[in-house]
Design a protein around this ligand. Structure first.
Ligand code: CAA
Length: 445
């Protein structure tokens, strides 16, 4: 069976930065530790006034195509996943193609374009669509560009304001990929939930506390469903487990949940029973309500064990390094977590080729998906080529007054005009509204 997967990835962060413990927490009358220790966040990436989902998506794709030496004729499909769209008809991918046609010879008239929506899981769903398109043999030798792009902003005063972010991830999906091969098996946990909505509004309505519980419940189902087709998992089977990361504190909970699930029937659970002082099997883990109470009690003990902490430090914590500095990128978050993990491998000179990732995606509304990936021989060169650290370092650090000024520019229902804080260079920028209400873009050399 031909290997299909992600050949290359590029990341584009919003050009502004909001320092959460230093700038945001004092204004909210909160302790900085709520951010650094509780939520696990140091900063959010934020879009400047000339940035939006299209500019970030086009900039990430431009870098990806240039670095891989791709021409429009090499691309048969452009899929964009976003929950920050500004048009209910024309997909963001057409805007992105229009931008790219400004800087490449040729056009994308031959390419199939679309837009995927299912909250934050839509990025992974687009990846699955591209995978299926290639595996079905419909790609005529071409690859797909899959982009996850969001301005993840909440209304001023909403609890979610602590977990904002903005950025895009562009991925090139091909046969014989250099970075990771996708496994054909997936598992789902999906239910009609009301945890996070945007009913024709740009800033979300969110039931934050409930959304955390729904995330965990659906992730647990997805893992069970995945195991039903892939076989039971063992904690040592995966080099890293990148999850959807709205904030690292969420993934701390998810990591514990997955570990607890994986150690069943492995002997590890019995070995830990003495250390913890009881057997988890006595808890009602198959009943949703009792599950959360039982989870908290047993998990509190489990997470203190040395065995768990070693596993967490090696398998989960490395996936969170970038997220701590950028916040939530909605559709892009799980793909940022994958990059973060592979960067850890590079920085620690690990031999990862052939190792596996278990990728846990989640979208409110709600659905979780688990699938496995195998790291390919070319992973090192692909990760070395990224300039994400440089991008993060050069963000403009906003004062509280700057933040107040620029926040509502990104609520498309409001007509707010604010000067830019940074000078765009070699990137696409928003260039005003057109005759029919369309957004217009230009490339700044
Ligand atoms: N020192 C150490 N820790 C502290 C602390 C301090 N001084 N102060 C607070 N904390 C801890 C709290 O104990 C808590 O940790 P636990 O959850 O482990 O108990 C953590 O910091 C957060 O504190 P609060 O719960 O008091 O924070 P909050 O009331 O501001 O709400 C939130 C947090 C619900 C996540 C809110 O930010 C929110 O609504 N965010 C948006 C929704 C979201 O991201 N949901 C995630 C799941 S849904 C999803 O994943 C889809 C998506 O992308 C939106």
């Amino acid at each position: 069976m031909t290997a299909v997967g992600i050949d290359a990835i590029e990341i584009w962060t919003g050009n502004l930065k909001l320092d959460l413990p230093g700038t945001f927490a004092p204004q909210k009358g909160e302790e900085p530790e709520k951010y650094t220790k509780g939520l696990g966040l140091n900063a959010s990436s934020f879009p400047d006034s000339y940035e939006d989902i299209v500019t970030m998506a086009a900039n990430a794709s431009h870098r990806l195509m240039e670095r891989k030496g791709l021409e429009p004729d090499d691309i048969g499909r452009i899929d964009v996943a976003t929950e920050s769209a500004f048009d209910n008809s024309k997909p963001v991918s057409t805007y992105v193609a229009g931008c790219l046609e400004q800087v490449f010879d040729g056009d994308f008239h031959h390419a199939n374009k679309g837009e995927r929506k299912f909250a934050c899981i839509a990025g992974t769903q687009s990846l699955d669509d591209a995978y299926n398109w290639i595996r079905a043999g419909r790609n005529r030798g071409r690859g797909a560009i899959v982009i996850a792009t969001d301005t993840a902003l909440y209304a001023r005063g909403d609890a979610g304001e602590a977990t904002q972010g903005a950025g895009a991830v562009a991925m090139y999906i091909t046969e014989d990929p250099d970075l990771v091969k996708l496994s054909p098996e997936q598992g789902y946990g999906s239910a009609d939930e009301t945890d996070f909505l945007k009913p024709n509004q740009q800033f979300p309505s969110v039931d934050g506390k409930r959304s955390v519980q729904v995330y965990l419940a659906r992730m647990r189902e997805a893992l069970q469903d995945f195991e039903s087709v892939h076989g039971e998992s063992h904690p040592d089977q995966y080099a890293y487990i990148p999850f959807h990361t709205p904030f690292p504190g969420m993934v701390r909970k998810a990591g514990l949940l997955v570990y607890r699930h994986m150690i069943r029937d492995t002997g590890i659970e019995d070995d830990l029973a003495d250390e913890i002082g009881r057997q988890p099997r006595s808890e009602a883990f198959d009943d949703d309500e009792a599950f959360h109470d039982a989870l908290r009690a047993y998990m509190d003990d489990l997470k203190e064990t040395e065995t768990y902490q070693e596993w967490y430090e090696a398998t989960i914590d490395p996936t969170l390094t970038l997220s701590r500095e950028v916040g939530n990128w909605y559709t892009g978050s799980v793909h940022v977590a994958r990059v973060s993990a592979l960067k850890h491998g590079l920085e620690n000179d690990l031999d990862l080729a052939g190792s596996k990732l278990l990728v846990g995606s989640y979208g409110s509304g709600a659905q979780a998906e688990g699938h496995a990936e195998t790291i390919q021989d070319g992973w090192r060169e692909e990760i070395e080529a990224l300039n994400v650290d440089e991008q993060l370092e050069t963000r403009y650090d906003m004062s509280w007054e700057d933040y107040e000024e620029v926040h509502d520019v990104h609520n498309h229902e409001m007509d707010v005009d604010v000067e830019e804080f940074t000078a765009p260079e070699s990137e696409f920028v928003f260039d005003g509204w057109g005759r029919m209400g369309e957004r217009q873009y230009r490339y700044v050399e």
